[in-house]
Design a protein around this ligand. Structure first.
Ligand SMILES: *[C@@H]1O[C@H](CO)[C@@H](O)[C@H](O)[C@H]1NC(C)=O
Ligand SMILES: *[C@@H]1O[C@H](CO)[C@@H](O)[C@H](O)[C@H]1NC(C)=O
Ligand SMILES: *[C@@H]1O[C@H](CO)[C@@H](O)[C@H](O)[C@H]1NC(C)=O
Length: 382
């Protein structure tokens, strides 16, 4: 009798294991399947190469069922219970098409990465439903239109990369509601307007090569205590870079080159602010006045470029005494007098350029002194 009970128990367990397995094989939720079908259907068939990931998406089998031998070979992953798609990372395969608004049905999606393809059209605002999304990468496509306001509702977002598209319009004002975001890259688009207030936990901001305008405003950066990287080169930013900016507490790397800044105020690092600054690029602006000697007080500064501005007067003596400096570009200004002795001393390890200024005593035999100084006729007029 006990044996019989044991046997029937065993059979029940086996059956239920079999039953469970059977179901796991085909349990991708119907709304995820529908979204995946719509995702593929929004891509022009002629742009899907035969050996690409999407070409293997054949809906005669269940997308999440394992093992995957011929179909659904790549381009996405499923949750461990095989019910939902949790990641879409496409291969760069020249896929051309739009991004379906049904993308919002991937409720468990953590990563959406379509980089290096030919997607076009607007970014669907329904994307805001992806409440688990951490990484949104649409880099190097042809997305156009404006950045949907709704992205500011993506409460789990950690990284957003829309770089190298043709997005226009201004950056949504409520970006600062993205409290989990660490990295924003909107570089190489056609964005206009000013930079709105930044999210509090942002580490890295890159909006290079757009058409941003106006000055850097304190309200934009207030509260971004972790901001380490600011890349805003090749825009139309104007005004004076005020002293609070370099004193942002975590700032390490700043590139503001190729804008239209006209002034710069620098105070010595204070209360920890400024003490992490490693690289500062202010080249190719319209900065006037004297070179700020206080820059020499930034203890980790190793790259400094203020080349091709309209700076005049002497190069501060302090610039010859920055212990951490490796690269120094002061070329293309109207500096006069002798270079600081520290820069040209035997054994000095600084590279860069002091050329194309109005300096005396900058021997062309020194690499730092190339290219040659401006002709005296130009220097007299300045
Ligand atoms: C999908 O697979 C079925 C069965 O293997 C096949 O008949 C069909 O042609 C495939 N469809 C596509 C679009 O490759
Ligand atoms: C942006 O980059 C393109 C090349 O990628 C260049 O032609 C253009 O001049 C740049 N824009 C600005 C404002 O520097
Ligand atoms: C700025 O523009 C100059 C001249 O067009 C170019 O050589 C340089 O690479 C640009 N630098 C940056 C950081 O954009």
């Amino acid at each position: 009798m006990p044996n019989l009970v044991f046997l029937s128990l065993t059979i029940t367990i086996c059956l239920s294991i079999f039953h469970t397995n059977f179901h796991v094989q085909s349990l991708t939720s119907s709304s995820d399947i529908q979204a995946l079908k719509a995702f593929k259907a929004s891509i022009k068939p002629s742009s899907i190469p035969p050996s690409s990931c999407i070409s293997s998406w054949n809906f005669t089998v269940d997308p999440c069922s394992l093992p995957r031998r011929i179909y659904f070979l790549c381009g996405f992953t499923c949750t461990t219970d095989s019910k939902h798609i949790n990641q879409i990372t496409l291969d760069p395969a020249t896929y051309s098409g739009t991004l379906t608004p049904l993308v919002s049905q991937f409720t468990q999606l953590i990563t959406l990465d379509l980089s290096d393809n030919n997607f076009f059209g607007s970014i669907p605002s329904s994307i805001s439903s992806l409440s688990n999304l951490k990484t949104l990468t649409l880099r190097s496509n042809f997305f156009s239109g404006s950045i949907p306001l709704s992205i500011t509702k993506l409460k789990s977002l950690e990284s957003i990369d829309f770089s190298h598209n043709t997005l226009s319009g201004s950056i949504p004002n409520s970006m600062n509601s993205l409290t989990t975001i660490r990295r924003i890259d909107f570089s190489f688009n056609k964005l206009t307007g000013s930079i709105p207030k930044l999210p509090p936990n942002l580490l890295e901001l890159a909006i290079k090569n757009n058409s941003l305008s106006g000055p850097l405003q304190k309200t934009t950066f207030d509260g971004s205590t972790e901001l380490a990287v600011v890349e805003l080169s090749e825009n139309s930013l104007t005004g004076t870079i005020e002293s609070w900016f370099l004193l942002l507490p975590s700032l390490q790397q700043v590139n503001l080159a190729n804008n239209s800044f006209t002034g710069i105020q620098i105070s010595k690092p204070a209360h920890g602010g400024g003490s992490n600054l490693v690289a500062l690029n202010l080249g190719f602006n319209r900065i006037q006045g004297y070179a700020p000697s206080n820059l020499a007080a930034y203890p980790l500064l190793s790259f400094l470029s203020i080349r091709y501005n309209s700076l005049r007067g002497n190069i501060p003596l302090e610039y010859g005494q920055i212990k951490s400096i490796k690269k120094l570009f002061l070329d293309g200004n109207f500096f006069v007098g002798n270079p600081p002795p520290g820069l040209l001393a035997a054994g000095a390890t600084v590279s860069g350029s002091l050329g194309d200024n109005c300096l005396q005593g900058c021997p062309v035999s020194s690499e730092l002194c190339t290219p040659a100084q401006k002709p005296s006729s130009v220097c007299k007029r300045a």
